[in-house]
Structure formats: C-alpha cells, structure tokens
Ligand binder design. Sequence first.
Ligand SMILES: C[S@@+](CC[C@H](N)C(=O)[O-])C[C@H]1O[C@@H](n2cnc3c(N)ncnc32)[C@H](O)[C@@H]1O
Length: 349
Amino acid sequence: MLETFSSPGDVVLDPYMGGGTTIVEAMAAGREAIGCDLNSLAVFVARAKTQPISTRDAVEIRTWASTVIPGLNYRIKSDRIAEAICADRARNMHLPSARPLKKFLALALLSLEELSSEEARLFARCVLLNVSQWALNGKKTSVSLASFRERVTQCAQEMLKASISFQAAVEEQHGGRYLPRLIHDSAANLQFHSPFKSGRKADLVVTSPPYPGVHMLYHRWQVDGRRETPAPYWIADCLDGKGEAFYTFGSRKDPDSEQYFSQSLATLRAIRSVMKKGAVMAQMIAFSRPETQLKRYLRNMDEAGFEELRRPTGRAIRSWRSVPGRSWHANLKGHTHSAREVALLHRAV
Ligand SMILES: C[S@@+](CC[C@H](N)C(=O)[O-])C[C@H]1O[C@@H](n2cnc3c(N)ncnc32)[C@H](O)[C@@H]1O
C-alpha cells in the first residue's frame, strides 16, 4: 500500500490510528507519519512503540524485567500500594481472577520509579500493559503470578528487540532520529493541528475507522466472565472517563446507525480537507449489515469528496477478508457479517 501509493518523504496519515500499525510501517518506509486518535490509550501505545530507546535505557529495562519484576515481594504491606491503585480506573479488578494481579500490578507500577528516564518508564509501562492485557482480557482461566512475571521478562526482551531493529530502519530511512506526529483529538479537528493548520497536506491516508453496529471494546478489558474494567487506563496512566459511544461514532444500540454515519461524515470531510487532490485513502472496514451499510458508507465517502478506484472494466477495486485475531467470545457467535472486513480504495477529488 505504502509503496504503491506514496514515495519516501511523503506525508502518510492515519486519522483513526488505534494500535499505531500504520505509523510504524510509514516510519520504517521513510514517510512522514501523522497519527490521530481521540483515545488517549491509542496515543500512549503509538508513542511507546515509536520512541527511540537509548542503549542505557535498554540495559535498565532489561534489568527491570529480568531482576526487579521477578524479585517483587508480593507479601509486602505498605500504604504506597493502596495509593498506587487508582480506585476509579481499577474497577472490577477485585474480582477473583484479577485480584492477585491488581496488587502485583500496583507493585510493578511503583517499581517503574527505578528507571531513570521518561522513555524507559514509558516503554516498561507499555510492557506491563501488554502483559496485563494477555493476562486479564477475555481470559477464561486466571493467570498465576509466576506466569505473569515470566511473561514480563519475555515480553520486554521481544519488545526491545523489535524496537531496536525498528529504530535502525527509521534512522537509515530518515538519516537520523525521527519522531512521528501524534494528535490526541477527534479526526474531525485534524485541520486545526500542525502541520495541517499551516497548509501541509497528506499524500496518502491508510486507516481503519470504527465499524458501524459492530461491538468493539477499545477502552475496556473484560475480566472474570466479561465484567468490564478500565484498568488499561490505570496501567498506562491515561485519562479515560468516556463511554463506548465516544470511541465508536455513537451508540451501537442506535438502530440505523444514524449517529455513526453523521460522525463518520464529519471526520471524512476533515480528512479530505487535509489531503492533496488525487491522494489515495485506503481503509479497512467491517459492517454489521453490509447489504445496507456499505452503500451508505460509500455515499458518505462521495459526499466528503472521494471517488472509488476502479479497474479498467469499471468494477470497484475492493477486497474482502475474514477478521484475524477475533476474541474467543466474538468467535462464539460464529461467522457473522462483522467477521468479514473489506479494504476500500478512494481518491480525493
Ligand atoms: C478500528 S480502530 C483502528 C484499528 C487500527 N487500524 C489498528 O490496527 O489498531 C478505530 C480507532 O478509531 C478511534 N476513533 C474513534 N472515533 C474517532 C474520532 N472521531 N477521531 C479519531 N479517532 C477515532 C478509536 O479510538 C479507535 O482507536
């Protein structure tokens, strides 16, 4: 996608950035990368994935993960542990399968103070977020503290390895240190942020928006039989306080997805306004009712100033695939429409 529709030095934008995959790929391919998401957690993860880690930080993180975490004393009693647990954001972490991890996580978060730089603390916090998601979210059986400790050691090593080779690719492509621009706001406000507010335009947009009518929890983990917890915000030290509708263009209970389509249109117009004429927007999307919603979505694209790319025969260039990595409870529903995603290609007109 990047190679086909952009060249080195071009501006690549992901307006609904999520986990930051587009940003990472764009940086490694020598593009200027701009990401936007209104979820503070998405911005946290993208920052942690893309920041350079110094050799000294890497040594400290390795020691933290392989010595400090395995050596944390779970039996210790201290007022600081209670202080480290944010009551609001640790909701439902008292449930049986999460309770031991709640105290351990408080200890682990306090241990971040042993790291000397902001970058190392951010990286290690992201390791804890990653391992906690594995240990808590949608798990049918609880994870022991021993497995959690082991997984932190292993995950830190893997993430460091990936980060070091990623930074080598970025330095080679950009001729030195390079950081992406990460915007924490709604895509509907893109034009008010640098570099767009000074007239710069994107050469390519690669993204995946929220899906209409499809239940996706971007801001909660499900613990102990699907009870929702905002713990990822506690672990990442990010602000939350918004309900599901905020992150998904409106409520999924809205029968015709009216809110979805009006909010989606507002963001699509803003995205179009920061793109060069002729630039391509590539997006992956799924629908709960494709027979009506795909048409409606394509109408939004049209109204926002896009036209779909077509083959010489006039057929639209689209490709469908099964959604990879669905959660076990989504899979219980079997092969529903939202288990299929489609890649759409449009040009800004
Ligand atoms: C389908 S996810 C993106 C998935 C992403 N492609 C990935 O690989 O992780 C959609 C993202 O859009 C974000 N989002 C929802 N409404 C938004 C808005 N108005 N502006 C910007 N981002 C928004 C959500 O917070 C979520 O992170």
